[in-house]
Design a protein around this ligand. Structure first.
Ligand code: UDP
Ligand code: MG
Length: 316
């Protein structure tokens, strides 16, 4: 049985309303595990993702009040995935396992006990998987379902109903951090690592306070990112479309020749117009998808830093 130092990494964007409660609950979990001997020691690392409210002030206070609490302040809003990556990178220097969890307490903090048990049994990556989504709105539930369906159809391997609530051992962490890509889709990247995995099921509750920082537009962007950073299936789809249109064109030529010899040679502008639209549309569609990949290459080639750290607190 192995045992180690645990860090819980929490990305926070304008989370002043929930932070104190989140901190209380996470510290309860850590204290309980320190006492039971499940971990050697534990700590929480908050990553302030360029919040415009009092988030950093609160993190600062919490870290001064308790040495279990550390903070990282990013200079600007780098986005959830990048903020989490920042936290995991810095935490990996001083822990044997790291749990990533959202600040809003939607994920059950008690699931961390089970995650750590699995780690102690030798599992390297433990996924927190939601049992059901009864507390989400109908809209959120169904858009999320559509998200997973679309991802798997498009060839990206994602775990159903798992977001970014998971435990990673230091080996998995190191491998993840070593990945050089810029367009992060962490839940997909972790799955490609190939370490020993396990699931822990939990019920997802409502946001403790504040509102979602993932409106529909951000979620759609995230889905598009997930697909285009991971799979070339859309490109293959264009290829299939191409084959289909060529097949249709052969049929159309056959029909035109037949009409010609039978004598119905009145130039039909309807079919012309229809094919014009059809071809124009498909070319645009194809260009759009190719453009998406070109955009990705552009971003990768620039190799800008994923985040800029302004300062850290209590981070050993
Ligand atoms: N978050 C972040 N940067 C952002 C947006 C969100 O660090 O630009 C954090 C946010 O504070 C929360 C987590 O990412 O801890 C998930 O966001 P949220 O709960 O709003 O998303 P939802 O659960 O609604 O999908
Ligand atoms: Mg949330």
């Amino acid at each position: 049985m192995r045992k180690g130092v645990l860090k819980i990494v929490v990305p926070c964007y304008n989370e002043e309303e929930v932070l104190k409660e989140t901190n209380k609950r996470l510290l309860e979990v850590i204290t309980a595990m320190e006492q039971s001997g499940a971990i050697v020691s534990g700590g929480v690392v908050y990553v302030d993702d360029g919040s415009r409210d009092a988030t950093w002030t609160i993190i600062d206070e919490l870290s001064k009040a308790d040495s279990h609490v550390a903070g990282i302040k990013l200079a600007h809003n780098a986005g959830h995935q990048n903020a989490l990556f920042a936290g995991l990178t810095l935490a990996s220097e001083c822990c044997d396992m790291a749990v990533s969890i959202d600040a809003d307490l939607q994920d059950d903090t008690n699931a961390i006990f089970e995650m750590v048990d699995k780690y102690n049994e030798g599992v390297e990556v433990v996924y927190g998987v939601r049992r059901e989504r009864t507390t989400d709105t109908w809209f959120k539930r169904n858009t999320a379902l559509g998200f997973y369906k679309m991802m798997s159809v498009m060839g990206t391997d994602v775990k159903f109903n798992h977001a970014d609530f998971r435990l990673m051992g230091s080996a998995a962490l190191k491998a993840l951090i070593a990945m050089p890509e810029r367009n992060l889709f962490l839940r997909g990247m972790v799955r490609t690592l190939g370490f020993k995995e396990a699931d822990v099921y939990y019920d997802r509750s409502e946001r403790f306070a504040g509102e979602s920082k993932y409106p529909l537009t951000k979620m759609l962007n995230f889905a598009v990112d997930g697909i285009t950073s991971f799979s070339v299936k859309p490109l293959r789809l264009i290829f299939s479309f191409g084959i289909f249109f060529i097949f249709m064109a052969v049929l159309a030529i056959g029909y035109a020749l037949y009409s010609h010899f039978v004598g119905q040679t009145i130039p039909g502008w309807t079919s012309l117009l229809v094919s014009l639209w059809l071809i124009g549309g498909s070319i645009l569609l194809a260009l759009g998808v190719v453009g998406e990949y070109v955009g990705k290459i552009y971003k990768e080639v620039k190799r800008r830093p994923l985040y800029v750290i302004e300062k850290t607190e209590n981070l050993i």
